[in-house]
Design a protein around this ligand. Structure first.
Ligand SMILES: [Zn+2]
Length: 141
């Protein structure tokens, strides 16, 4: 039996309107992604408790690049042979920047700094256990 599951568990929701899952400090409300625990990284805060929070699904391109070379291990295989892909760092209204691949069908030629991007969940790879998904950034047209 095969299934569709996130390539990394607990980092994002799936469905019609997927969202990244971050942590919000219950003391100072600072948001972190990926999720955190232990102590708040805000130096002015002594908070130690966090609640899960879904991050904004849209943000703006802060920077981007073209991944022409296969990253070193540990590396989640996205294809064999290696297929270059675009990466975008997207600034969310929460004030954090989240790196992700650019959605299938788009290249660095399709984006520029300041463009609005929307979170989507796409297939990263398929193996004998099924389909694995990952979040990506898709230009909003
Ligand atoms: Zn805090």
């Amino acid at each position: 039996m095969t299934a569709t599951t996130p390539a990394i568990e607990g980092w994002f929701t799936t469905g019609e309107a997927p969202a990244l899952i971050g942590s919000r400090c219950t003391t100072c409300s600072t948001v972190f992604f990926p999720r955190t625990e232990g102590f708040c990284r805000n130096p002015a805060c002594h908070g130690e408790e966090f609640s899960d929070t879904e991050l904004s699904r849209r943000g703006r391109v802060w920077s981007y690049t073209d991944a022409q070379y296969q990253p070193p291990a540990p590396y989640i295989p996205a294809g064999d042979p290696y297929v270059p892909f675009a990466l975008a760092a997207v600034e969310l209204p929460e004030g954090i920047v989240v790196l992700g691949q650019v959605a299938d069908g788009f290249t660095v030629n399709d984006i520029k700094v300041g463009d609005e991007m929307e979170l989507v969940v796409e297939t990263l790879f398929v193996d004998e256990t099924g389909e694995r998904t990952i979040w990506r950034w898709r230009p909003v047209r």
